[in-house]
Design a protein around this ligand. Structure first.
Ligand SMILES: Cc1cc2nc3c(=O)[nH]c(=O)nc-3n(C[C@H](O)[C@H](O)[C@H](O)COP(=O)(O)O)c2cc1C
Length: 384
């Protein structure tokens, strides 16, 4: 599969940026070293990232409200990070550190996908696995360009958060360009030259590019394969399931399917559909519920069976229930089915399952389970 290195430059300048130029030199070196590696160069400052407001919702399994802000573009950048296997960051030095834009971005590195909100509590693991999900296990290089001093501090400034989320910084270049960059606002010095003539700087940038290119896939941390962004939303109603006779049908046809409970031979009008999951599966359960409620309204009764999975000692079950209730909105929720569900299925329910039974009050019969994470392929058939 093709590898990709994303270059992000961080100058506030709209043109004649030395750090942006040196990033292009680094990416050119990547392509020369390995033509199979795809590169893309973006400007951090082209993304309007609204500063974090400190509400703490992202630590409480709730989506950041700023993601809904029409002008916020954090998510656009996030999906580029997800698709990349390595990064080269390049920035000017401002006041012995990096321009504020970098910190604004890092402070907002939060769950950008509803799936990433599926965690029961917040701790260091969550920071690594959720906040740093697009960076974890990947490699990066950094170029910092100063007029004189400060590149060393700037290089170090983002190292702690990058390291915390297990991004391997494997190459860096701190460059002083005093003779070359022709700072705007500073009287032109007689010896000022174009950055394009700074051979030493270009060599350093090339070194970073080549090192990152050869290090892709060799993170000093454990690499975690991350699924690429799904371009099409999963259509749960069009997912195939199989009945007791091994006949394939679609979820949306459940309501009209006659032979679901073949033992009685009865027609199955007025079915109950239960979506089962624990707190790890709640977002997906909600999506399934919403879809079934909308598309099968009047044909089926939809319920969610919320199973409370393992929780750390300091989190109460009541708290988890409250959170589930919040996520599920006005869904019909049945709590405390833990034992029943486990007895019937013998399965973990950290991925949603769908259970169908007649509404005549008979014993529940597990007819289909759907692991929506493995769509669109087969749902496993279990008899109750
Ligand atoms: C607000 C501001 C602060 C700066 N602070 C420093 C500094 O602390 N040390 C330094 O050597 N250069 C400093 N510079 C100079 C830039 O780092 C230098 O000109 C750099 O090459 C600009 O890169 P760019 O063209 O990609 O924007 C500063 C420039 C600006 C605009």
């Amino acid at each position: 599969m093709k590898k990709k290195i994303l270059g992000i430059s961080g100058s506030m300048k709209r043109q004649n940026s030395s750090s942006e130029y040196l990033l292009s030199v680094a990416l050119e070196a990547v392509r020369q070293q390995d033509p199979k590696i795809e590169t893309e160069q973006v400007r951090l400052n082209d993304y309007n990232i609204i500063p974090c407001e400190g509400c703490g919702n992202c630590m409480n399994s709730t989506a950041c409200h700023l993601l809904d802000h029409p002008e916020d573009q954090l998510e656009d950048l996030y999906w580029k990070l997800v698709d990349a296997d390595g990064f080269i960051f390049s920035s000017p030095v401002y006041a012995l550190s990096l321009p504020a834009q970098w910190k604004t971005w890092i402070d907002r590195c939060e769950p950008c996908s509803p799936k990433d909100l599926d965690y029961p509590y917040y701790n260091y693991d969550r920071v690594v696995n959720v906040k740093g999900k697009a960076l974890r296990g990947k490699v990066a290089g950094m170029i910092c360009v100063a007029a004189g001093p400060g590149h060393e501090w700037a290089l170090a400034s983002l190292l702690p958060p990058f390291t915390a989320v297990k991004l391997s910084m494997i190459a860096s270049a701190g460059i002083s360009l005093i003779e070359f960059d022709g700072q705007p606002g500073i009287q032109k010095r007689p010896w000022s030259q174009s950055v394009k003539d700074a051979e030493f700087a270009k060599l350093m940038a090339q070194g970073v590019g080549m090192r990152v290119a050869s290090a892709i896939g060799y993170s000093t941390f454990d690499a975690v394969p991350m699924k690429k962004r799904q371009t099409d939303q999963t259509d749960i109603l069009s997912m195939p399931v199989f009945d007791v006779d091994d006949q394939r049908f679609l979820v949306k046809d459940i309501a009209t399917k006659k032979s679901v409970n073949s033992a009685s031979g009865d027609s199955e009008n007025g079915k109950n559909i239960f979506i089962i999951g624990n707190q790890m599966a709640r977002e997906t359960c909600r999506e399934i519920y919403k879809q079934l409620e909308t598309d099968l309204a009047g044909k089926c009764n939809c319920y969610v069976i919320a199973v409370i999975g393992t929780t750390p000692e300091f989190i109460t079950r009541t708290f988890i229930k409250e959170k589930l209730q919040q996520v599920m909105g006005d869904a019909n929720i049945l709590f405390d089915w833990d034992d029943n569900v486990n007895d019937i299925t013998g399965k973990k329910v950290d991925k949603p399952m769908v259970l169908i039974c007649s509404s005549s009050g008979e014993q529940l019969k597990m007819l289909n389970t759907i692991d929506v994470n493995d769509v669109p392929e087969i749902a496993q058939f279990i008899t109750g």
